[in-house]
Design a protein around this ligand. Structure first.
Ligand SMILES: [Zn+2]
Length: 455
């Protein structure tokens, strides 16, 4: 098996690869802060340089914001093609005082590297680059054609990757898209995430009088936007957590019996949830387990509420305005645009008299479902099993990765979400980390995947 020599190479170069990863991590490529634009460009150049050195044809693409790095190997028509996606930008680091160590001076302790971007996503991107390096440096022909598209606006919600994907589907054409920007199921169990929730994000604004009024002088004579908003919110869900928007559940793809059985086998309990969240008890839509609600049932949740006076002591007013932000996490096959319309129609229909109600549709993302039985999925499962030395499980994810939906739609290829991080790796938080064992096993997994995907 060719991969034996490849894996030997990865084992022999562990320390070197960690040192190189640390160089990558030293670049403070915070995409949402304009003073770091040069750093972001340096991070792009770092990725481009590595891929160029491996003999790939590399382009640094200016698509309006921070550059996209595109690279491809020689494309042989008889070989399958894998497209690797990731991002070189990172989240801001504040609050800095909560870091035990400067975020851009990587520190290694107990085989864990601590730095901003260690897990999200530089460390994971690097597993793919090092797997490729192993084939090239060992002089072993690649089992597949490889393409890379590494962006720099993921953490800032930039548009470049979307525009580029929509405009260049032939260039990015592939048999599967590999995304390593998620987590293992737990420390000892790898998983493939085959479904992501979508999103419809709404805002409700209520206007009553032109200004806050004296609640004694005018109370009882005009509608109170705060009370009116509470009435609206109270009608979004019933006491059993069931959403009351007509048509909300119409397109929901119900779980297959084997999915429900698979979730149950994972042994996630309400006790674990309580420990993770500190909530007094589990709560959600009746008729479903906690994991089913988390992964496969749509939600409708207030994300923020504001009206009137919230400061110290009392202030006797009828507030002039009220607003709420509401997120609906969607599941296959719900359509964010349709759900946003249903939401608006329903809210306007239940709006109490005496206030002006405006509903704003902020943004949406499509839910994603990747067929579990495809050949590529099997290749991914096999690679994870060999790479991590443990049987992987199928998992879903309650969050959204909007680019995954765009890839699926524009490229018509399955997306394999092979996460090598841990949910406890503090991504987006102080003391972000990545376990070196997962870094090394991730690189092995990617190397094996290239061979499995070719079969
Ligand atoms: Zn990420």
């Amino acid at each position: 098996m060719a991969s034996q020599k490849v894996l030997e190479y990865l084992d022999a170069h562990r320390q070197q690869h960690v040192d190189q990863l640390c160089d990558f991590l030293r670049i403070p490529s915070i995409s949402s802060q304009s003073e770091h634009e040069e750093d972001c460009r340096r991070a792009a150049a770092f990725v481009a340089g590595e891929l160029k050195e491996l003999g790939l044809v590399v382009e640094t693409i200016e698509a309006g914001g921070l550059p996209l790095v595109y690279a491809q190997s020689e494309i042989k028509p008889e070989r399958k093609t894998l497209l690797f996606y990731g991002h070189y930008d990172v989240q801001p680091v504040d609050p800095l005082e909560l870091w035990d160590h400067p975020p851009f001076e990587p520190m290694i302790k107990n085989e864990i590297v601590y730095a901003r971007g260690a897990c999200d996503d530089k460390g994971q991107v690097y597993t793919h680059i090092k797997a490729l390096e192993a084939y090239i440096k060992q002089g072993i022909e690649l089992p597949v054609n490889v393409k890379f598209i590494i962006e720099g606006e993921e953490e800032a919600g930039g548009e470049s990757i979307y525009r580029y994907t929509e405009q260049n589907p032939e260039k990015l054409a592939c048999d599967a898209i590999i995304v390593s920007d998620t987590a293992l199921y737990n420390e000892s169990t790898p998983g493939i995430c085959y479904s992501l929730k979508g999103l419809a994000y709404m805002e409700i604004q209520l206007k009553g009088p032109d200004m806050d009024l004296h609640s004694g002088s005018y109370g009882g004579t005009v509608q109170n936007p705060g009370n009116a908003l509470a009435e609206i919110i109270a009608k979004l869900k019933d006491e059993n957590g069931h959403c009351l928007i007509p048509g909300f559940y119409d397109d929901v793809l119900e779980l297959e019996p084997d999915e429900r059985a698979g979730f149950a086998e994972l042994g996630y309990t309400d006790e674990i949830l309580k420990k993770e969240t500190g909530a007094p008890e589990a709560f959600g839509e009746e008729g479903f387990t906690t994991l089913e609600r988390m992964w496969a049932r749509p939600t409708c949740d207030v994300n923020g509420l504001a009206s009137g006076y919230g400061g110290e002591g009392a202030k006797t007013i009828i507030p002039s305005r009220a607003m709420a932000k509401v997120s609906m996490r969607l599941v296959p096959n719900q359509d964010p645009a349709k759900i946003a319309q249903l939401f608006e129609k329903y809210v306007l229909s239940i709006a109490p008299k005496g206030v002006e109600v405006t509903v704003i549709d902020h943004h949406g993302a499509n839910p994603v479902l990747v067929p579990r039985k495809s050949e590529m999925m099997q290749a991914g499962m096999k690679a994870l099993e060999e790479g991590f030395g443990a049987k992987p499980v199928f998992i879903r994810e309650g969050g959204s990765i909007p680019i995954v939906g765009t890839f699926q739609e524009c490229l018509k290829s399955p997306v394999l979400l092979l996460g090598y991080g841990l949910s406890t790796d503090n991504i987006h938080s102080p003391n972000e980390k990545f376990h070196l064992s997962n870094f090394w096993r991730g690189a092995r997994t990617t190397a094996i995947l290239m061979e499995e995907a070719a079969k």
